[in-house]
Write a new protein. Structure first.
Length: 347
């Protein structure tokens, strides 16, 4: 297939680009190259004759129309989004504009293109979203595809709105849509403002390892390359209008996760004295911090035959190895606005 992938220079988007090229697809990577984008993420894939890049903003409808007409994709994988909760607390407007208005323009451009092509049954618009749209769980239970939406941050609210738009365009206009909602991703090329890379890089620098609140907040951790595999499967096999929750089946509290990273680093690059865990520091919690996310993956397992292949211990070891071997990549990103700063406390 020829895939139009939005946000393909970001963390998850670049994993999808790399895997799609490796599997023989053609890829058009549409990216605005905002602060979290990095073309180096797709440097290897960009060597393929089946790869092309379009520097454009998903809020620019004229640019979108031009890109659709020029490349005539068989499917869209819409990943472009503002995604950092702390930044959404400090500046929600950007999240509203990109995640809601940008998705609206993507849907309208895709609908116009699809109609001009004669509304082929084979076309797909795959919208990639987050489990954060479902809100916060207590000590028990899991999110299913039928869990009512209950977003609690500007980021998750903007993603929830984009999910609703996609479903509405499917119902009202017949646009061939599929959706997926993922749990927390981690792995290679993870932009150094999220928890896993922050802990790795702070540890290597001998800096405090900040944990919000008491570290009891629980997330389901999904290795990014497993996620990319699931996304391509959903695109190719999902029935129209169907949504799938994609999880790693690896629930851990933030404190457990950090201790695991410290243990891995203690083995791979020991400190001169003590353990990296000695650097753990508890800081003021994030406003509205969701207590727990957990994915019920029954639907994707039973309908599409997919399960994650990487355990949290294996995935974190791979991630640490990658950051240790790619210092030039992450050092170049540490001077970008907001990286290394505590954000999201203005509420």
């Amino acid at each position: 297939m020829k895939l139009l992938i939005t946000g393909g220079c970001g963390f998850i988007g670049s994993a999808v680009v790399r895997l799609a090229i490796a599997r023989g697809h053609s890829v058009v990577n549409l990216d605005a190259l905002t602060y979290a984008a990095c073309p180096d993420n797709v440097a290897e894939a960009a060597q393929s004759p089946r790869y092309s890049f379009e520097h454009a903003d998903i809020r620019d409808r004229k640019a979108l129309d031009r890109i659709f007409a020029r490349h005539q994709p068989d499917a869209v994988m819409h990943l472009a989004a503002e995604s950092h909760v702390d930044r959404s607390i400090d500046g929600p407007g950007t999240f509203i504009e990109t995640n809601i208005t940008g998705t609206y323009h993507m849907l309208e451009a895709a609908r116009a293109y699809w109609a001009a092509q004669g509304k082929p049954d084979t076309f797909r618009f795959h919208h990639i979203s987050t489990d954060e749209v479902f809100g916060s769980l207590g000590a028990t239970g899991q999110f299913t595809e039928d869990t009512p939406y209950g977003p609690r941050s500007p980021y998750s609210a903007s993603k929830a709105a984009s999910d609703h738009l996609v479903r509405a365009w499917g119902e009202t206009y017949g646009l061939p849509v599929v959706l997926s909602n993922c749990s927390n991703n981690y792995g290679p090329f993870h932009f150094p403002e999220k928890l896993v890379p922050v802990i790795i890089l702070n540890a290597l620098a001998g800096k405090p390892l900040p944990i919000y609140g008491d570290g009891s907040n629980v997330r389901d951790w999904l290795y990014v390359e497993d996620h990319a595999d699931a996304l391509l499967l959903v695109l190719e096999k999902a029935p129209l209008g169907r949504s799938y929750n994609i999880g790693g089946e690896n629930e851990r509290s933030n404190l457990q996760l950090v201790h695991t990273i410290c243990t891995i680093l203690d083995e791979k690059r020991p400190r001169s004295t003590g353990s990296y865990a000695d650097l753990i520091t508890f800081v003021t919690d994030r406003p509205g911090h969701d207590a727990r996310y957990a994915i019920d993956p029954t639907r994707i397992r039973e309908e599409l035959g997919w399960r994650p292949s990487v355990t949290i211990e294996e995935g974190l070891a791979r991630t640490v190895d990658w950051f240790l071997a790619n210092e030039n990549w992450w050092r170049a990103l540490q001077n970008r606005a907001g990286v290394g700063e505590r954000l999201g406390v203005t509420a």
